[in-house]
Write a protein that binds this ligand. Structure first.
Ligand SMILES: Cc1cc2nc3c(=O)[nH]c(=O)nc-3n(C[C@H](O)[C@H](O)[C@H](O)COP(=O)(O)OP(=O)(O)OC[C@H]3O[C@@H](n4cnc5c(N)ncnc54)[C@H](O)[C@@H]3O)c2cc1C
Length: 505
């Protein structure tokens, strides 16, 4: 099918994939775009501390360009970075009226925090070595510091980055860990996720893109053409209205399989979590201290061997996110069991997110997060009245962790843009380029990479996507977890008594 710049385009889902689709379509002259979302992002501002429950609605995400040897992703991230840097300046040119629409905070979208990827192995693990090879191929090896290489440590001293390694020295001393190996990534950055999504929403509004939220914005079902079964006429929303469209793009993150069941065994929702710890505003000294910390990943680079032992990608280790000076919120993302929520759709069970407002996380997640805060920020956890807050989110795991941006087979005008697999956010500025290529019928490296894939050809079933009868998988069934209670959120006397002995696992 061919589309003109006036073609009516409906995008369902206003997370990173939907926003990016609209942004890049607008850049290419398309004028008639409406975005639908079940969440009212005008009031929720993509904030997880309000009631946003999408993967995109978070206080921060990490920007990295290393992708082992998948350099197409690295190149795409570099492309995205150019736009992120421009936005970081341009956001300050918004009118005062627009600036007031954001939740009160400084509007720095991107911050050069650096990132540490470490574990307790004596030497760099295989994935890290491959990452370094990838950097060498890109001509960027000097941006990386092997923390066990004397040469790299000297470079870190000379470039002033040695201070980012204080946390490693501290962990060794306090935790009595004899060996820590890993890499300091000097170009890793923190992205303010909620502000970034809201900024793109403002940019799109200025270009005439319409947003419809709430019941009126919730896709109930696509409307199929009566004469031509390969064509979609538009969508029906939960308020009962029908909306005609020439092209429908579904970018509903971890909900997408429930709306486009053909995606089964290609993408799947699995449980994610975020745990926050706000440093009281009265302790600006601690806010300043932790704002200088790098992003830290502990034991997150699983090797092929780990995968063979029955763990999925994304299980094991944790990520720690430093706070900004104004917001002052530390964040931990633990990587425990990738729980599923098997729900019967048609004849089969698929995993889809639990509904809006469901905030209960497994107790073990909160306990682990509290222990991580006790180890990394012991002076914060001892402050009077501090307690953790948490957010239950869902990952959109995809085949080979590759995004899927393609027409749904056998449909002329239905595209899916999804499959973030815990790494999609950084590509917000550029994901939609592939949507535009699809619309124009062009091919390039990325249309090939993000194509609709056949599960039979999955190279590594990294998330267990091939599994059938997921409802029988007791280990991964979300409702088999023991859930958190309010009393688990505080640091009790018993917790704090372990401060001197607690160690990273
Ligand atoms: C815990 C966690 C940590 C992550 N960390 C990073 C990181 O550090 N760096 C990075 O680059 N990436 C990271 N990611 C990945 C990144 O957040 C995702 O790839 C990205 O946000 C996914 O965007 P999306 O648009 O596909 O989905 P979502 O953000 O989930 O958006 C989907 C939207 O669809 C809407 N929707 C659902 N159903 C309907 C319906 N029926 N009708 C209308 N609207 C509907 C939802 O309300 C939602 O707004 C992380 C993800 C998670 C979960």
């Amino acid at each position: 099918m061919t589309y003109s710049i006036d073609s009516k385009i409906i995008i369902v889902g206003s997370g990173v994939f939907g926003l990016s689709s609209a942004l890049n379509l607008v850049k290419n002259g398309y004028k008639n775009i409406t975005i639908f979302d079940r969440t009212d992002y005008e009031t929720e501002k993509y904030s997880p501390l309000r009631s946003s429950d999408s993967a995109s609605g978070d206080i921060n995400k990490f920007f990295r360009i290393y992708y082992e040897n998948k350099t197409l992703y690295s190149k795409l991230a570099i492309d995205a970075l150019n736009i992120w840097e421009a936005w970081n300046k341009e956001i300050l040119d918004l009118s005062e009226e627009d600036k007031k629409r954001f939740i009160d905070d400084d509007l720095e979208l991107l911050r050069l925090s650096g990132g540490l990827r470490i574990n307790n192995e004596p030497n760099l693990v295989g994935v890290e070595l491959t990452n370094l090879e990838g950097f060498t191929e890109l001509g960027l090896r000097d941006t990386q510091y092997n923390i066990n290489s004397k040469r790299d440590l000297v470079r870190a001293k000379l470039t002033g980055l040695d201070r980012k390694l204080d946390v490693v020295r501290d962990l060794k001393k306090r935790n009595k860990i004899t060996s820590i190996s890993g890499t300091l990534d000097s170009i890793g950055r923190m992205i303010k996720a909620d502000k970034a999504c809201y900024y793109v929403k403002i940019l799109l509004e200025k270009e005439g893109v319409k947003f419809i939220y709430g019941e009126a914005g919730t896709l109930k079902n696509p409307i199929y053409s009566e004469n031509d079964k390969t064509e979609i006429k538009g969508i029906k929303t939960s308020d009962g209205l029908e909306h005609k469209a020439d092209l429908v793009i579904i970018s509903t993150g971890s909900w997408t399989t429930s709306l486009v069941p053909q995606l089964q065994h290609r993408i799947q929702a699995s449980l994610a979590n975020i745990v926050y710890l706000e440093i009281p505003k009265s302790r600006q000294d601690l806010i300043d201290k932790y704002s200088e910390y790098p992003h830290i990943q502990w034991k997150t680079t699983s090797s092929e061997n780990d995968r063979n032992e029955g763990f999925y990608d994304g299980e094991g280790g944790f990520a720690f996110f430093p706070n900004t000076k104004k917001e002052g919120i530390l964040k931990v993302n633990t990587r425990q069991v990738k729980y599923l929520n098997p729900t019967k759709v048609g004849n089969e069970y698929i995993s889809i997110p639990s509904t809006l407002g469901e905030e209960r996380l497994p107790k073990s997640v909160i306990q682990e997060a509290k222990e991580i805060f006790m180890i990394i920020a012991p002076d914060v956890v001892q402050l009077e009245g501090v307690k953790v807050r948490s957010k239950l989110l869902w990952y959109t795991d995809a085949i080979n962790s590759d995004f899927i941006i393609d027409f749904v087979p056998n449909y002329k005008n239905l595209i899916v843009a999804t499959g973030g697999s815990a790494h999609g956010f950084k590509f917000l500025p550029v994901l939609g380029k592939t949507v535009v290529s699809r619309v124009l019928g062009k091919s390039d490296d990325y249309t090939e990479l993000f194509r609709w894939k056949d599960p039979e050809n999955i190279f590594i079933d990294n998330y267990g996507l091939k599994a059938t009868n997921i409802e029988k998988d007791e280990r991964r069934n979300f409702f088999n977890a023991t859930f958190v209670e309010d009393s688990d959120l505080v640091f009790t006397k018993e917790d704090l008594a372990k401060l001197d002995t607690i160690a990273l696992k």
